[in-house]
Design a protein around this ligand. Structure first.
Ligand SMILES: Nc1nc2c(c(=O)[nH]1)N[C@H]1C(S)=C(S)[C@@H](COP(=O)(O)O)O[C@H]1N2
Ligand SMILES: [Mo]
Length: 357
């Protein structure tokens, strides 16, 4: 088995949407369980797979610049957490007019169990100085951006770099991980081997893969993947950075195009939000008007999707089944995708057309 064979095999369960760089959605079954198996976890990479020399350099405005290896990271207290990651472009295909960008349907979302060191512990060892404001997080991947032909502002060679507010990065309660294991195995090349950030609650662009440098900055960071891409460019108001995941529900049973037998079916799904637990999921079957409260499971952990179900009594006919989630901050899914130039954050209510015979 060569490395290339291993990479091919790891991809075989996914729905590929771009060959190089490799981008792929989870299959429908990636959303049905409480966790997504690694082979079904979506992959989103802006550049070709990089080589990584195994070192994590920590510098910038710190008292103890340091270089950590995988073994060093394993020596920190380990945190194991299920975390729902969603690409900010998930659902782009359902927005109109259709923006440029990866044509994600609705399956660029998955939940894996990640193990790693807390970023707060890793930074504490380097001792950020008091004038630090952000942490610049660099991936080992770089190159010419694959969408440069349609997005002229990305024509020069780029490296994948993001930053986090220092207070966010240093807060142990946020449980930001420098993760080295996914579902109990070392990270695969596509998911950021040998280690990556996992930033719970945030659109997964923040979860820098192939992490190779952390630098504490005394000025806010600007860069293509921070202030160019991954900005909501609204038609009618100032741009805003993509940050926490917007509240959203997905239907996982019935499958799309299902033809169900009357008189009953248990509808199931997932719901998540980056701004607190989901507190309510409502279902509708007819279009405008009727909403019925689903049974919602409490969160199995602070950073993962919740399961919901609804015992539906159904007569033969065609139904437009919608599931609408509300979170603890009172955010509710909109009917219409919130349009922005690059097609981020489409959390519009899903409409599943279901035939009952
Ligand atoms: N270094 C690096 N990190 C990255 C990316 C990337 O292109 N390069 N893509 C980001 C985006 S946009 C997403 S949605 C997630 C996807 O993580 P996954 O491939 O493990 O699902 O990784 C993020 N981290
Ligand atoms: Mo993403």
């Amino acid at each position: 088995m060569t490395v290339a064979d291993d990479i091919e095999r790891a991809r075989s369960g996914l729905i590929m949407i771009n060959q190089a760089p490799y981008n792929a959605e989870a299959p429908f079954s990636g959303l049905t369980g409480q966790l997504t198996a690694t082979g079904f976890h979506y992959v989103r990479s802006n550049f070709a797979l990089p080589t990584h020399d195994g070192n994590l350099h920590i510098g910038g405005a710190v008292e103890n610049p340091t270089t950590l290896t995988l073994d060093d990271l394993r020596a920190f207290p380990a945190v194991q957490r299920a975390v729902t990651l969603e690409c900010a472009g998930n659902g782009r295909l359902d927005t109109r007019p259709l923006p440029a960008g990866e044509p994600w349907g609705g399956y660029a979302v998955s939940t894996a169990e990640w193990t790693g060191a807390r970023l707060s512990d890793v930074l504490a060892q380097a001792v950020p100085t008091s004038d630090g404001v952000e942490v610049r997080c660099e991936g080992a991947d770089s190159g010419t951006y694959h969408l440069a032909p349609v997005l002229p502002d990305t024509r020069s060679p780029l490296t994948f770099v993001r930053s986090l507010a220092l207070g966010h990065a240093q807060d142990p309660a946020e449980e930001i991980l420098v993760a080295y294991a996914m579902n109990g195995e070392p990270l695969s090349p596509d998911h950021g081997a040998p280690f990556r950030l996992v930033v719970p609650g945030w659109y997964a662009v923040a979860s820098v893969k192939w992490l190779c440098r952390l630098d504490v900055l005394t000025e806010p960071f600007t860069g293509e993947f921070q202030t160019g891409h991954y900005m909501y460019q609204w038609p009618d108001r100032d741009p805003e950075p993509v940050s926490r995941m917007l509240v959203r529900a997905r239907i996982t049973d019935p499958e799309p195009g299902a033809n169900l037998a009357a008189p009953t079916h248990t509808i199931r799904g997932k719901a998540w939000s980056g701004t607190g637990p989901v507190t309510q999921v409502d279902l509708s079957f007819t279009g405008a008007g009727d909403w019925y409260r689903a049974d919602l499971e409490p969160p199995a952990g602070p950073n993962q999707w919740q399961e919901w179900s609804y015992d539906w009594t159904c007569a033969p006919g065609r139904y437009s089944v919608r599931a609408r989630a509300t979170d603890a901050e009172g955010h509710v899914q909109p009917e219409v995708p919130p349009w922005n130039r690059l097609g981020y954050g489409n959390n519009a209510i899903e409409v599943a057309v279901v035939d009952v015979r």
